[in-house]
Write a protein that binds this ligand. Structure first.
Ligand code: NAP
Length: 247
């Protein structure tokens, strides 16, 4: 059976780059999408062209039934051996005193509770203590978890700090069950997420402040994701790798 990696939000940006890279390395991929079906299907077509099994499922990570359906679709393709907890949202720039409870809860629901739900499904399927064959999880955090997102989105930064805690705690919880759990913290990466948060051109505006003097590309994050998922990282767990050009 082919090893399948579930990639939430795999139709665009970092998730799509990860899907294409992993497919090129022989993994089957099961992507989720919520709003951009065609984008996800284009990624699936690219993966199938690389002769691996691939599918895309409409699944909101904030819905437990959607998450269950996503993993069931993955299991139809092969052995679920990996999860990239990539789906994430930002919101328009606001100071903390302007944040509403509704906005904060939505960010936590998608970025944190969604990642927990997917991690739980992955562990239930991969844990050797439950008859699984082991596997690896990579959580896509953000440098914002450390930098704090002042004046923009401290709520988003806090959601990513929670994800970093999930990485550390879950890594220890399942280390003896054949599952490694790691994270990546991207810096300023050129994807649609900035426009979705009302800040098109954010990377160009801020890239002079990056020590390497440029924004990053999705494939540069995907390389770190793929390494952490792979056997080359066999003794790495509970780690979070910054992919941020020094930011
Ligand atoms: P993106 O291009 O906006 O892609 C986000 C993806 O998440 C899309 O595929 C989207 O699906 C999916 N998604 C959104 N809400 C979802 C939900 N409720 N359930 C399931 N999927 C959902 O963003 P990106 O930059 O690649 O971001 C990927 C991850 O990297 C995020 O966790 C983000 O926080 C993190 N990150 C990005 C940067 C950066 O500078 N780009 C920096 C640090 C961290 P649809 O395509 O169907 O809409």
């Amino acid at each position: 059976m082919v090893d399948i990696v579930v990639i939430t939000g795999g139709g665009r940006g970092i998730g799509a780059a990860s899907a294409r890279l992993l497919a090129g390395r022989g993994y089957g991929v099961c992507l989720s999408w919520t709003s951009q079906r065609e984008a996800a299907e284009a990624v699936v077509a690219d993966c199938v062209a690389l002769e691996v099994p691939a599918t895309a499922v409409r699944a909101d990570v904030a819905s437990d039934s959607d998450v269950a359906a996503l993993f069931a679709a993955a299991a139809e393709l092969g052995t679920v051996a990996g999860l990239v907890n990539n789906a994430g949202i930002v919101a328009p720039p606001r100071r903390v005193e302007e944040l509403t409870r509704e906005r904060v809860l939505r960010l936590l629901d998608v970025n944190v509770a969604g990642a927990f739900a997917c991690a739980a499904e992955a562990v239930r399927r991969m844990s050797t203590a439950r008859g699984g064959a082991g596997g690896a999880i990579v959580n896509v955090s953000s440098r914002a978890a450390v930098l704090g997102g002042p004046g923009e989105y401290v709520d988003y930064a806090a959601s990513k700090a929670a994800l970093d805690a999930l990485t550390v705690g879950l890594a220890k919880e399942v280390a003896a069950e054949g599952i490694r759990v790691n994270g990546v913290r991207p810096g300023l990466i050129r994807t649609d997420i900035h426009a979705s948060g009302g800040q098109p051109g954010r990377v160009e505006r801020m890239q002079d402040g990056v020590p390497m003097g440029r924004g990053g590309e999705a494939h540069e994050v995907a390389e770190a994701v793929a390494w952490l998922l792979s056997d080359a990282a066999s003794y790495v767990t509970g780690a979070t790798l910054d992919v941020s050009g020094g930011r």
